[in-house]
Each structure stands twice: as C-alpha cells, then as structure tokens.
Design a protein around this ligand. Structure first.
Ligand code: KIV
Length: 265
C-alpha cells in the first residue's frame, strides 16, 4: 500500500473520499491505528491533557511533543503523521516556527505539522514552513491553545460576527497554502458552508457530518477521556482495563496467579 501524503489527502477533496484521522501518542496504539487503515495520525498537543493530566494544552513543550512524535513515527508505515505545534513554538516568530517545524520532520519523522489560528496572524510562519517544504494543516474554531482568551471550551461561530470571521479565516488558510483545515467545535451548518467554500479538505471535530473528514482524540473514542457530546465511544477500553487491573490484583492476592503455565521449571 503506498504511503499517504499531504498531497494525496488534499486531492481527496475532489473525489469525495472521506478522510479518517485519529490522534495517537504511543507506539502500540499508533501501530494498531495504521493497520486499521486510519488515513492520518495526528500527534496532538492534547497529549498534555489526555496523557499527562495537564489542565489545558498551554503547558505542552517542544521536547514533550518531539518525544511523542518520534514514538508514533516509528510505528506508522502507511498513514500521514502530523505533528501538532505546541503553544509558543510558532507564535513568537516565523524563524522559530520554521526551526520547530523542521525539528518535527528531521528529528522526529513527521511528514506535516499543524498549527492553530488564522493566516492573518500566522501567515508569515505558515509561509516560512511551507517554503522549507513542510506541509501545514490549519486549525480554527475552538483553538485550545487560546482557551484563556476564549474563556473556556465553548462552541465557536454561533453569532453572525464570529461566523463571518471563521469563514474568512478558512479562506485565508486555504489561500496561505495549508493542505487541510481542522474545524473544531463549530455548528454543523457553518462547517458545511466552509467545506463548500474552500479548495482544501476540512477535518471536523465537533463540526458535524458535512466536513471532508473527521478527527477524534483517541482517549475520547475509547472511553478513556471526559464525556464530550461530539466524541462517539467506539469501544470501552476504560472498562476493559479496569477489569483487567482488578482481576490481576485479586488473583495475586488469592495466589491464583501465577500458575505453572506462567512459571519456569
Ligand atoms: O491536539 C489535538 O488532539 C487536536 C485535535 C483535537 C484536532 O488538535
């Protein structure tokens, strides 16, 4: 099977083939996702919250992300690996943005990067990264790195001003050369309108069914995260793991484990 590239994903827009994206942060899950046919694996800065227990993503650093991107890249042979640029890795200057995006590719094996926010603010950073040959995915709507400015994890684009702003931002990021655009937590009708209006695929999370693709945080879809309306739980890994841990404790205490089967003569 040929490797999926940012170009082949962008070109899916024209043939209507939906794009399935998941987040991953470790080797075994990334390997399973790749084998299951996931198109792109995003090593999201959500790892700060779902893996490291942080209250939000603003404490995630380049070193943390490089560690997780390296692990995931080692496991993936088919899907596109996208590294999420953490808070302050691209906001300070285009030079720093390029240096950090470059590290994800040269040191950690990613094939693309994602950053949050409009081209109006980060156009120069996006251009610098693209000029170095690194594909960029955009991300608008609920942008978790701006949680303190937004005032919480709320649906965006409900009032006319914010709708108009998001329409403009989507067009701006497509024009800036992004290969795809994440739309997070916006009304389904607005996501449909944006999807119709831009030339690159939209990847929705809490943005309804009309996007060109979907992304979910792995822990949410496996029942390991907090309840979110938009995240369907496809398997209750939390229940499976809790039962396995409790069974182990009880068998160690009762002496039922290990048996001769798990012992050496
Ligand atoms: O960090 C992340 O996992 C993300 C997705 C929610 C799109 O940005």
């Amino acid at each position: 099977m040929p490797r999926i590239t940012a170009v082949s994903l962008r070109d899916r827009k024209s043939n209507g083939d939906k794009i399935a994206v998941l987040t991953a942060y470790d080797f075994p899950t990334a390997k399973l996702m790749d084998a299951a046919g996931v198109d792109a694996i995003l090593v999201g800065d959500s790892c700060g919250m779902v893996v490291m227990g942080m209250p939000d993503t603003t404490g995630v650093t380049m070193d943390m992300m490089l560690h997780h991107v390296k692990i995931v890249s080692r496991a993936v042979k088919h899907a596109l690996v996208i590294a999420d640029m953490p808070f302050l890795s691209y906001q300070v200057s285009p030079e720093e943005a390029l240096r950090n995006a470059g590290r994800f590719v040269s040191e950690a094996g990613a094939q693309a990067v994602k950053l949050e926010g409009p081209a109006e603010k980060f156009g120069p950073a996006i251009k610098a990264i693209l000029d170095a040959g690194i594909p960029v995915m955009g991300h608008i709507g609920l942008t978790p790195q701006s949680v303190h400015q937004i005032g919480g994890y709320k649906v965006q684009g409900r009032d006319p001003d914010s709708k108009a702003r998001l329409r403009e931002e989507a067009l701006g990021l497509a024009r800036a050369g992004c290969f795809a655009l994440v739309l997070e937590c916006i009304p389904a009708a607005l996501a449909a309108e944006i999807t119709e209006s831009i030339s690159i695929p939209t990847i929705g999370i809490g943005a309804g069914p009309h996007c060109d693709g979907q992304v979910l945080v792995m822990h949410d879809m496996l029942g390991l995260g907090k309840y979110t309306k938009f995240a369907k739980v496809y398997g209750d890994a939390g229940a499976l793991m809790s039962k396995a841990f409790a069974d182990y404790v009880s068998e160690v205490k009762s002496g039922a484990f290990p048996t001769p089967e798990h012992s050496f003569e």
